[in-house]
Write a protein that binds this ligand. Structure first.
Ligand code: NHW
Ligand code: EN5
Length: 388
């Protein structure tokens, strides 16, 4: 069934439900001296490249490979269109390794045709904090599909991660592989229903007119919660404390320090937005919400080429009800001209999705760990991790 994945230290379908297997590493680390120092062999026409994303020309090549060849929905109507600024943010967190930004070029033309990345992260599984790589942006040019290049890219990122004495990884995918630790559903909240319907992202409901639909999704012009404002640098310590306490409730979640929070959550235009509620009397920061910006290309529409989507990131509500906090997140996303606000059913998101008029999407997101077994599969609500 899975000629590659069956050879890897990941949970296998045949072991599902075997409670006798212990939680933790599947295979032990090797001595670093035993990790190969040369890259995996590639088919003769191709060569490895370490991508220097600080170089504008290289960043442009990566952007172009992904915007033409990365993830599409099941009906090939939309393709993720990560911006250059987003990629720089996603790939340069505290302690990142340039060697984990890996490309494949055609030897003769130097054209970039393959890509995969890792970034370092500390992820807690149950009670143990594990150093991991978060692997993302695996991409093979459309013309080179089904040639088994993906397993080579995965083995090469694994080798380079091992070289940094890291033996576990976390990743998500829309496809089912051996074996998800959890399977989540995408939900979508229309902000610009007329455009979403015109481009085929959503449909006019039964017994609904366009004007009733527009009215259904209407939002107030500005946030409602007193003390709701953009996150600033001076808020990093308070936001870190809020998040650390909150994320400790989930079975799998990142272990974030102040440096991580500064990187991942300080607002960056058209990349990440973060807001908090500061009590006007006590000056206490009690609630926090964030979303990242990931537009999609609209593949076959005469009138529109881009869909501006916000994705729910990390949210913590200790005083304001989560529903109200997320309602203000929708309001600011609408103010900033997003077409749709997306969320997974992770953490406590189920508590607001239906009431805030999100509807289930046709996409699922499966979460995976490499070389780490959990005793049980997780409900989405037990996951405290959002990958980009
Ligand atoms: S998920 C997004 C992945 N990218 C896309 O979907 C973009 C569009 N598609 C493509 O570019 C987020 C190609 O179709 C790709 C596959 C490159 C996906 N994850 O080369 P072949 C991530 O980036 C397996 C893992 O012939 P292809 C997360 C497939 O099951 N494996 O296929 C990435 C089969 O193996 P099997 C995937 O279509 C996590 C083999 O690849 C996969 O030309 C990576 C076929 O290869 C996917 N999304 O290229 C793992 N899609 O055993 C990281 C297919 O079934 C693991 N496959 O025969 C951790 C590493 C670090 C460890 C450190 C200790
Ligand atoms: C790694 N970080 O399928 C990520 N998106 O539902 C890689 N559907 O946008 C893995 N097909 O349901 C990514 N509209 C896996 C996801 C790949 C992209 C994907 C889905 C998620 C999506 C939309 C458009 C469907 C177009 C036809 C969708 C319905 C919205 C509707 C709004 C009104 C209320 C009901 C729902």
């Amino acid at each position: 069934r899975h000629r590659f994945w069956e050879t890897q230290p990941v949970g296998q379908f045949k072991d599902l439900g075997d409670a006798s297997l212990p939680e933790g590493s599947i295979e032990p680390p090797s001595p670093l001296s035993e990790v190969k120092s040369d890259p995996y062999p590639l088919p003769a026409l191709y060569e490895w490249t370490t991508c220097d994303i600080d170089d504008d020309a290289t960043a442009a090549e990566i952007y172009s490979l992904l915007s033409n060849n990365y993830v599409e929905d099941d009906d090939n109507m939309f393709r993720f269109n990560y911006s250059k600024e987003f990629l720089l943010w996603a790939l340069r967190p505290p302690g990142y390794f340039k060697s984990w930004h890996i490309g494949v070029r055609v030897k003769s033309s130097k054209k970039l045709v393959g890509f995969i990345t890792g970034i370092p992260a500390r992820i807690r599984a149950s009670t143990v904090v594990v150093r991991m790589a978060e692997v993302n942006f695996l991409c093979v040019h459309k013309k080179l599909r089904s040639k088994r290049l993906a397993p080579v890219l995965i083995k090469e990122v694994t080798r380079r991660v091992h070289r940094e004495d890291t033996w576990q990884a976390a990743y998500t995918a829309g496809v089912v592989l051996p074996t998800p630790i959890s399977t989540c559903q995408y939900w979508h909240r229309s902000l610009n229903p007329k455009k979403l319907i015109e481009v085929g992202f959503s449909r006019l409901g039964a017994r609904m007119t366009m004007s009733r639909t527009i009215r259904l999704y209407k939002l107030p012009p500005s946030p409602v919660i007193p003390g709701f404002r953009k996150m600033e640098i001076r808020d990093v310590p308070a936001v870190t404390s809020l998040l650390r306490v909150y994320l400790s409730k989930f079975a799998v979640a990142p272990d974030l320090d102040e440096k991580d929070v500064a990187h991942w959550l300080l607002p960056r235009e058209n990349v990440v937005d973060s807001f908090l509620v500061k009590n006007p009397e006590t000056h206490e920061i009690t609630d926090f919400c964030s979303f990242y910006t990931l537009p999609s290309l609209i593949l076959n529409n005469a009138n529109y080429t881009n869909l501006k989507a916000a994705y729910s990131f990390y949210n913590v509500a200790t005083k304001t009800p989560l529903l109200q906090l997320m309602n203000d997140a929708l309001i600011v996303a609408k103010q900033k001209d997003y077409d749709v606000f997306n969320a997974l059913d992770v953490m406590e998101n189920e508590s607001f999705l239906k009431e805030l008029k999100f509807g289930p999407g046709d996409g699922m997101l499966h979460y995976y760990l490499y070389n780490y077994r959990l005793r049980h599969a997780l409900k989405p609500s037990e996951l405290g991790l959002v990958l980009l």
